[in-house]
Design a protein around this ligand. Structure first.
Ligand SMILES: Nc1ncnc2c1ncn2[C@@H]1O[C@H](COP(=O)(O)OP(=O)(O)O)[C@@H](O)[C@H]1O
Ligand SMILES: N[C@@H](CCC(=O)OP(=O)(O)O)C(=O)O
Length: 366
């Protein structure tokens, strides 16, 4: 089957540095996408820009502060945004299909497989799926929150070979180039280490969400699921074809060979069912030494969850530092927390191994 590529277009790319959608720039992207489409690539777009389009349409000078008003802008803007895409793709005779997702649509296996079927059906009919978060209805609990993470989940859903995150910078730099003019681009990332995470700062604009840090989390989720991820500048001429053909541009994150089992990947779309509060030693082991989480480092358990559910890992300062699949349920964990792994069997009368969250079933955020 031909190569499947998910392309995420950030607000910064769609507005081309302004506050409004840049139709000429979007046409430039459509032209590139239609070239690849013609060559038989299966292309999926994850398009931000609903809030920006809503602001433009309703003539709001500033972004509203309340969630309800942001959701109002997204509701108005999403239909504007999709109309622009539809008009531009029609120039090349290409049809598009809109999919608006929230975490709830991918949280369980049935929903996940259903979304996968729809995506595949669109691609089979040569229709380009254009995906965004369903901002108008996504509640705090079910929000993915940023399209970098959404695009990583879509790449897993689509079993894509490549995820391209287009933004307003030429890739990941060793510090934020808006703040440091001497910052240097990182060409290749073999493995996402704490040093890499530290380089990535927040968004440089008021319209963007998350900046580089959400892109690194997305790259982590995608590469662990076997999807090569490239962050590149949406401003560059022919960037999509160049990245797809392996040109030396942007920052390329190599797909991990010890990738998560396919059947576990969908769990990264699931809302966490509980939290594990861990001590300093365990935080250091996770962040600096890339280790699994052992019961000894767990101080407290919050929530009721089953073995196999996703839990948040919270450090001593209250920061969420990781997300992982728990190998023990919450009741068992409250009995073995703080204990040595060798004591698990004697405490519970059974054991599922020495670790609570295995390194290969975890995404560490920093
Ligand atoms: N280490 C870094 N390298 C590159 N850009 C960075 C870095 N740290 C922070 N940034 C900021 O991230 C911004 C891109 O993210 P964002 O504004 O969310 O864009 P998008 O709308 O494309 O998602 C850049 O404009 C830049 O200011
Ligand atoms: N779903 C929102 C975009 C969220 C988002 O992640 O924005 P960005 O950082 O610009 O990709 C919208 O359509 O406005």
């Amino acid at each position: 089957m031909s190569k499947t590529i998910v392309i995420k277009l950030g607000t910064s790319t769609l507005t081309h540095g302004s506050k409004n959608l840049s139709r000429p720039h979007m046409l430039e992207i459509v032209k590139q996408v239609s070239d690849l489409h013609q060559q038989g690539f299966r292309i999926i777009l994850v398009s931000s820009g609903a809030v920006a389009a809503g602001r433009e349409y309703l003539n709001h000078r500033e972004l509203p502060k309340t969630l309800a008003n942001k959701q109002l802008l997204a509701a108005v803007g999403q239909s504007q945004l999709i109309q622009v895409w539809e008009n531009l793709f029609s120039i090349y005779g290409i049809k598009i299909g809109q999919m608006l997702l929230t975490r709830a649509d991918i949280e369980n296996k049935e929903h996940f497989l259903n979304a996968r079927d729809t995506l595949n059906a669109l691609l089979t009919q040569q229709i380009i799926p254009i995906i965004n978060e369903n901002d108008a209805v996504a509640t705090a609990e079910f929000r993915i929150g940023d399209n970098d993470n959404l695009s990583a989940l879509v790449a897993i859903l689509a079993q894509a070979e490549q995820l391209i995150l287009l933004t307003d910078q030429e890739g990941l730099f060793d510090s934020d180039p808006r703040k440091n003019p001497n910052a240097k681009r990182i060409a290749t990332v073999e493995k996402i280490t704490p040093e890499i995470r530290q380089m990535a700062g927040g968004s440089g604009t008021t319209l963007g969400t998350g900046g580089m840090s959400t892109k690194i989390i997305a790259a982590d989720i995608a590469t662990r699921s076997g999807v090569e991820t490239v962050i590149a500048s949406g401003e560059k001429h022919n960037v999509i074809a160049n990245v797809a053909q392996g040109a030396e541009i942007g920052t390329r994150f190599i797909a991990q060979s010890d990738k998560l089992e396919g059947k576990k990947q969908w769990l990264f779309g699931a809302p966490p069912a509980g939290s594990l509060y861990i001590d300093e030693g365990a935080s250091a082991a996770l962040i600096s030494e890339h280790k699994s989480l052992l019961p000894a480092g767990i101080k407290q358990i919050e929530g009721k969850f089953a073995r196999g559910e996703v839990v948040k890992v919270i450090d001593g300062k209250g920061n969420v530092i990781a997300l992982g699949i728990s190998r023990y349920n919450s009741e068992a964990l409250s009995l073995i927390k703080g204990k040595k792994s060798s004591e698990i069997e004697a405490t519970l009368g059974y054991e599922f191994g020495s670790v609570v969250l295995h390194r290969n079933e975890m995404v560490v955020y920093r």
